[in-house]
Design a protein around this ligand. Structure first.
Ligand code: COI
Length: 355
């Protein structure tokens, strides 16, 4: 994609910033969008017309193939504001890598670094005032790509749109989670698209999640498609737990390999904890909660950050975990991640991309 290196990113500034209308002390997730967005078009085998324009509606064809056949992928990234006003994006290179893996699986084109990373820096540079300085808040970044060919035949689209929108957010979950182990519905099977961040994976989660919510749970723990024996993910995030001084997280080709999950594993190892990425059976998890050896369980993701799991429901039984406030590793690693992302400590891993 070397042609992208020569691409200029045109900028059209908004005539009417909406920034003054934002209550930065009362941010919900994903409801407020910043002034500008980056848009790029893919056609005739190359990316073109990369531009930053005022955030706004786009026009699409009713026969646009993403609407019918689901070639649609996305990412979630966050930018943070340091006390001195510096703006930093957390590990966008990892999201870029995953985005292109998702693209390859869905037979979509890769988005080159010149658009994904350099374009992102330029966009955040322009909308830097939208990055919240309020405690616990950040700028959520949503890069996404979808097929735009107007045609009803089933084939890879010959044109695509890549867009990055952003918006200030508070926390996604505001309390510890009660999660139900799903033993009927399936999120992903071997050879499928579970590892890719595509829209369909979220669509299929809505009905089973709604049923679990009607039973009083917040989210699901997905299990393997074949036997529903092994745990995979926690709702829209990855699942991690602690046994002794070991941090354990399910690993499989079917799970989404999250950047927060990866960062927590790297920090844990750096601190001298063992970290295991392996198959974890539901039995191992619930037996460990019963005998007290599982002392912590949490969901980790860009939106979720690190959210403690307080209770797990499995086959009609409830398994209660220790008080989230007393969990040593989860609280320590969350504090460390926050200190790092808000620039309060040295960035010893080199994860902050300063804008
Ligand atoms: C994220 O953590 O960024 C996600 O994609 C989760 C969700 C809001 C879909």
């Amino acid at each position: 994609m070397s042609e992208a290196a020569t691409l200029q990113i045109q900028v059209e500034h908004t005539q009417q910033s909406r920034l003054s209308q934002v209550d930065f002390n009362n941010l919900k997730f994903g409801q407020i969008l910043s002034d500008h967005m980056l848009v790029a078009e893919y056609a005739n085998g190359q990316w073109e017309d990369v531009r930053i324009v005022p955030y706004g509606d786009i026009s699409i064809s009713p026969s646009m193939s993403a609407l019918h056949y689901g070639q649609a992928i996305f990412e979630g990234i966050k930018a943070y504001k340091f006390v001195d006003g510096t703006v930093s994006i957390f590990r966008p290179d990892k999201n870029h890598e995953r985005f292109n893996k998702s693209a390859a699986r869905l037979e979509m084109p890769e988005v080159p670094q010149e658009i994904f990373i350099d374009g992102l820096r330029k966009l955040i540079g322009l909308d830097h005032s939208w990055v919240p300085a309020t405690p616990g808040a950040s700028l959520y970044i949503r890069p996404f790509m979808f097929a735009t060919e107007a045609a009803l035949g089933v084939h890879p689209s010959n044109s695509y749109k890549f867009i990055i929108i952003t918006g200030p957010v508070g926390s996604y979950y505001n309390k510890p989670l009660r999660v139900k182990v799903e033993t009927h519905f399936t999120r992903a099977a071997d050879g499928g698209v579970g590892f890719s961040k595509n829209a369909g994976n979220y669509a299929l989660s809505l009905h089973p999640t709604k049923l679990a919510q009607q039973e009083g749970f917040d989210q699901l723990i997905w299990t393997d498609a074949k036997e529903h024996t092994y745990v995979e993910e926690a709702g829209t995030a990855n699942l991690l737990f602690r046994v002794g001084d070991t941090i354990i997280t399910p690993s499989a080709d079917t799970i989404l390999h999250g950047v927060t999950r990866r960062s927590i594993i790297e920090i844990a190892r750096h601190w001298g904890y063992q970290a295991e990425e392996r198959k974890v059976s539901v039995k191992e998890l619930v037996d460990g909660i019963k005998d007290g050896s599982v002392t912590e369980a949490f969901a980790a993701g860009t939106a979720a950050t690190l959210t403690p799991i307080s209770e797990i429901g499995y086959k009609g039984q409830l398994y209660t975990l220790p008080d989230p406030a007393k969990r040593e590793f989860s609280n320590k690693v969350l504090q460390y991640l926050n200190d790092l992302r808000y620039g309060r400590i040295a960035d010893e891993f080199g994860w902050n991309f300063i804008v």
